[in-house]
Design a protein. Structure first.
Length: 134
């Protein structure tokens, strides 16, 4: 029961962390960045959705036989702590980068990182069998 309680607590904390990280970048950036508009908010929200989807699918994929992370920064078998730190660093990095760039480059920045996360999630989905029916 103690193990179940710990695992359940970790999942609840993880879920709350996910909600905060998904919601925080767009309003924070809008308040801090010059000329932040609806397009920027939509891009930040899309990235804020793609990133945790990648992280959570990576976590699940690591549990599969032969599952490994392909990002050399994280190593082949990152811990939950490593993944949480990557999530935080990527969220802050994305938002900071978007704030520092002029409008046109900010759009390219957002599109690039959304594409990176979408590709990583697609690759993870294949690994963990989410797409076996297609």
């Amino acid at each position: 029961i103690a193990m179940w309680h710990t695992e359940c607590s970790i999942r609840i904390i993880g879920l709350l962390f996910a909600v905060v990280l998904c919601a925080a970048p767009a309003p924070a950036a809008a308040a801090l960045c010059e000329a932040w508009d609806t397009t920027d908010t939509v891009m930040a929200a899309a990235y804020g959705t793609a990133l945790p989807t990648d992280i959570l699918s990576t976590r699940r994929g690591l549990k599969e036989p032969g599952g490994r992370e392909l990002n050399p920064v994280l190593g082949q078998s990152p811990s939950d702590r490593d993944l949480a730190f990557a999530w935080l660093a990527a969220s802050v990095g994305y938002t900071a980068g978007a704030c520092l760039l002029p409008k046109r480059q900010r759009e390219w920045w957002g599109a690039f990182w959304i594409g990176v996360e979408a590709h990583a999630t697609w690759r993870n989905a294949l690994t963990i069998g989410w797409l076996r029916t297609f």
